[in-house]
Design a protein around this ligand. Sequence first.
Ligand code: FES
Ligand SMILES: [Fe+2]
Length: 357
Amino acid sequence: MKSLTERDGLLLKNWYIAALSREVGKKPIQRTLYDTALVLFRNNDGKVSCLNDRCLHRHAFLSKGEVFKGELVCPYHGWLYDHTGQVSCVPSEGPESKPSQNLKLKSFPCVEQDGVIWVWMGPSDNNTDVPCPATPPWRFPEALNPDWISYFMITDFENEVTNLAENFVDVPHTIFVHRGWFRDEKAVPKKVPTVVETKNGAVTVTYFQEEDEFSWGAKMLLNPGGHPMTHTDQFIMPNLTRVDYNFGSKNGFIINSQISPVSTLKSRVYTYIAYKIPLFGMLFKPIISFYTRKVIEQDTVIMKNQGDCLRSDFRTTFRSTEADEVHKEIERLRHYGVKGDSKLMSYEGKKEISFWI
Ligand code: FES
Ligand SMILES: [Fe+2]
């Protein structure tokens, strides 16, 4: 079977989140993206570096070493690497001497923005057909707006980006996987008219359902006034889902899920939650954190179930109904992305559908 890196083709050449800013402190840490072990650390100026986590000498993990005066020390024989990956000292050649060979570890462009560390995994030289943009395009919505409260959660899933993105914007599963937690258990089944629109490498789903079907607890937190609800879901290439609920003009709830590909059937998801509740919004953070953690854990179980099933037979011949229109569009865009097909940005489609929840 091909590795994830081989199967994902040109999708590799994108910005992916490797860690949250708060995770990179005084000690080096290891993270994996596309089967590649990376070591992240901060230099003397506090700037984050990302290098291949494999010492050039005898291949020890550098992330098990330490940072000394802003440089990375290998725990085995003490070779020192500067923030660019250049070997700056080989202790066995004399503690003060310059290394006799010019040795440089592969480094990866990284950018710290909105509290996360983004890494560019594709080649950064001029020969690549997908040059590394200066900064990641995605900015987390309302992160700087004092009326909104936001936080990140990190969750490991035993499944891959396409299936996870589909799960994160899938409505019909909520009455089964999140029974009683998300949707009201006693709600009478309703038909939901929906528009699925694809353009500019993104799929937007608009649900025409004025009344929410949240469980009692969720309703008390997010929409105590029972205001009309607007609900849109988005998938944005290569790996982001965005879910927006607005209740009247005062209350809102946003979920951004950035899915980082780790290896075959393994991903790490950075979930950004932002909410607006007038008055004392901060007081609700422990409850909302507990609630969102519980809902995500329920998704990890069903995503592991699907991942285990796919591991036993990787061929996908998914059968779809009208409710799966968004899923088919996600698969279409991801497929274009793998091949580097120009249709990724030029393809446009719009469908009016309906399904029951
Ligand atoms: S393995 Fe790193 S210095 Fe020898
Ligand atoms: Fe879910």
